[in-house]
Design a protein around this ligand. Structure first.
Ligand code: GTP
Length: 317
């Protein structure tokens, strides 16, 4: 058997999904936890489409420092859970639930100021009897007087079969250390799924792709933003302190390529310009951003998923 000296410090690893009504603060929470802007935060509802994984390394609480283990938390952001009207919206909601299905822990994030809305009741209904490990996280506690939080918690606990309840302010950061500690401790024991070394520039690469996607959302309409995906191909620090980023926007239809490029390249220039500004201020250094638009008929496993869900991708109104 293994002797005491050779027992390795324990590692834990697992997925944490964040679900909640639109504007509950999921993206803000994810970004705050991950310490950098990984997902799109916007006051406009429903900008988050599919899952974005934030990867966090966290020291486990341990009375024995020599055997202090570490946890790798894989955070999954999901689209807002809302009453879907359009078919694409329904697909987004389905994707949100898929994210939650795969997770070891599901955080149900509730906007403490809005309280028990119809959206919150819907989520409760949906999660009822799901067997998932649910943690209720009351967010935006900075906006609500303390005495109001207790009756609200009681009301919510009656709706959800929760394992734990926590109160946080994703904006101010209050309560987030405890949340992180508790999540790390609650994940299953197991090896890390991502090598730690990979994590250093992953957030920046994701960030670059997300900033471009954010501009596609803001500058194009209808189904175009939903039918495009962005990948950072190259992310290189330059000797002069600037960073050179090459990203490719993949579209599945030739028509969308034309829309994204625009008249004499005007649209793609504008997307690139705005994304570059945003990136330069977040990364705090000059950015050279090169964008490519490519047609890749097969990119859209997501779209195949839409079809698999019985969603006709012609009807996007
Ligand atoms: N005061 C306060 N505002 C918050 C807090 N958390 C998030 N917000 C704000 O609430 C709004 C919505 O936050 P998001 O993080 O975009 O919400 P989301 O749940 O990801 O929204 P969807 O992408 O629509 O699903 C933003 O204006 C945030 O700045 C908080 O703890 N306190």
């Amino acid at each position: 058997m293994t002797s005491a000296e050779t027992v390795a410090a324990p590692t834990r690893c697992g997925f944490v999904a964040i679900v909640g009504a639109p504007n509950a603060g999921k993206s803000t929470l994810l970004n705050k936890l991950a310490g950098s802007k990984l997902s799109i935060v916007s006051p406009k509802a429903q900008t988050t489409r599919f899952r974005v994984i934030g990867i966090l390394m966290h020291d486990l609480r341990s009375p024995d420092r020599a055997r202090q283990g570490r946890a790798q938390l894989l955070l999954v952001d999901t689209p807002g859970i809302f009453k879907p009207k359009r078919k694409l919206d329904r697909a987004m909601v389905a994707a949100a639930w898929t994210g939650s299905d795969d997770a070891d822990i599901t955080l149900v994030l509730v906007d403490a100021r809005s309280g028990v809305t119809e959206g919150v009741r819907d989520i409760a209904h949906r999660l009822h009897g799901s067997g998932r490990r649910l943690w209720l996280v009351l967010n935006k506690t900075d906006l609500v007087p303390r005495p109001r939080l207790l009756p609200l918690t009681a009301e919510l606990v009656a709706l959800f079969d929760v394992e734990r309840t926590l109160m946080v302010s994703a904006r101010s950061g209050e309560g987030l250390d405890d949340l992180l500690d508790d999540m790390a401790q609650a994940l299953p024991e197991g090896p890390f799924l991502y090598p730690e070394d990979d994590l250093t520039d992953l957030p920046d690469r994701l960030l670059a792709a997300e900033m471009v996607r954010e501009q596609i959302f803001l500058q194009t309409h209808e189904e175009v933003p939903y039918a495009a995906t962005v990948e950072t191909e190259n992310f290189k620090e330059q000797p002069d302190g600037s960073v050179r980023i090459e990203a490719t926007i993949y579209v599945s239809r030739a028509g969308h390529k034309g829309i994204l490029i625009g008249d004499k390249g005007s649209r793609i220039r504008s997307i690139g310009e705005k994304a570059r500004h945003g990136l330069a201020s977040l990364l705090e250094r000059p950015v050279h951003l090169f964008l490519n638009v490519k047609e890749r008929a097969g990119w859209d496993e997501e779209r195949a998923r839409l079809r698999a869900l019985g969603l006709d991708d012609q009807d996007t109104r």
